[in-house]
Design a binder for this molecule. Structure first.
Ligand code: A3P
Length: 321
């Protein structure tokens, strides 16, 4: 993902090609991933692997030493992790001060065991990995976890835009209709959203003492101050109502987008392709999916999603209040 690693061959060295799963469709659109423990993941660029094997790097996360007061945000991609991370950083620091670092510097599957252990306290990690791949100590030490969810159609649109603009060879070249097929299948980095949710449900049920706060992107949009208060309470903080209101305001979409453009330290790796609008702060709305799905595509999506998720109990908000 750095500027000097923008072609497939830079990432797909001969030894990596041997273990790669080709998830491209008949039109050649899709992803080259590796599989680990039933999940497809992007093959990290050589600069991140530092000579290591992708699966070993991910496995190393299981052994990472955690601190009792560590916190983890868990989410499928594009469900609002950046937003929640910034809110938490402010609540914990007790100041309306934006983190200069980008949240990717605290992303478990980017920094692996050594990187996780090197982050200074207080530490708010984030990840798109399922619970079974997180450090064993998450469950052992009852680390506070925040699980943020978003309606699958908006998550799909957001992921499409993200992957379309990403630096080669991680970018998606197909159209939106093709992408929804991949999104509803497992042929995606991080697998399908439905499987992520079902795995999350099953794996947290098997760890009943794990403290988890479930949050929804749509609730945060509709009731931002209430959600900030819920997060503060779950963290065991005694933030005042005024402070929670200030945090919610400082973390509005508009303000965070501006801060991202103006003051965040740029990450080491190049994430977006030149000439694209690539950003983690695209639209920030509930219901943008209506601009992307035809009625027929939307019905087809619902049909497949509902079949997979029936009996799961997950309910989502698809339109602003
Ligand atoms: P859109 O692509 O629909 O705009 P993540 O942080 O997990 O990658 O999620 C990114 C999504 O959250 C993007 O959705 C982004 O615009 C949205 N987002 C980021 N910050 C936000 C904020 N402060 N308020 C509302 N939405 C936000």
């Amino acid at each position: 993902m750095s500027s000097s690693q923008s072609s497939e061959n830079d990432v797909m060295t001969p030894d990596i090609r041997e273990i790669a799963s080709d998830l491209r469709n008949s039109k050649g659109h899709g992803f080259l991933c590796f599989e680990h423990d039933g999940l497809y993941l992007f093959i990290p660029p050589p600069a991140m692997l530092k000579g290591g094997h992708p699966a070993d790097k991910v496995k190393s996360i299981r052994e990472a030493e955690l601190k009792d007061d560590d916190i983890i945000i868990c989410a499928y991609p594009k469900c609002g992790t950046h937003w929640l991370w910034e809110i938490m950083e402010m609540l914990i620091s007790g100041t309306i001060k934006y983190q200069k670092d980008v949240k990717e510097t605290r992303m478990m599957e980017f920094i692996f065991k050594d990187g996780i252990e090197a982050v200074p306290s207080p530490r708010v990690f984030n990840t798109h990995l399922p619970l079974r791949m997180l450090p064993r100590q998450v469950v052992e030490k009852k680390i506070k976890c925040f699980h943020i969810m978003r309606n699958p159609k908006d998550a799909c649109v957001s992921f499409f835009n993200h992957l379309r603009d990403m630096e080669k060879p991680y970018n998606y070249e197909g159209d939106f209709v093709e992408f929804t097929e991949a999104f509803l299948s497992e042929k995606m980095p991080f697998g399908s959203y439905s499987n992520y949710l079902l795995a999350w449900q099953k794996e947290t049920a098997a760890a009943p003492d794990l403290p988890v706060l479930n949050l929804f992107y749509e609730d945060m949009k509709i009731h931002p101050v209430k959600c900030v208060k819920d997060v503060s309470r779950f963290l065991g903080l005694s933030s005042t109502d005024q402070f929670c209101e200030d945090v919610a305001n400082a973390c509005s979409f508009k303000k965070m987008k501006k801060v991202d453009q103006e003051m965040k330290t740029k990450p080491d790796m190049k994430i977006w392709q030149d000439g694209t609008e690539g950003t983690f702060y695209r639209k920030g709305e509930i219901g943008d999916w209506k601009n992307w799905f035809t009625v027929a595509e939307s019905e087809r999506f619902d049909h497949i999603w509902n079949k997979k998720m029936k009996d799961s109990g997950f309910e989502f908000t698809y339109a602003p209040a």
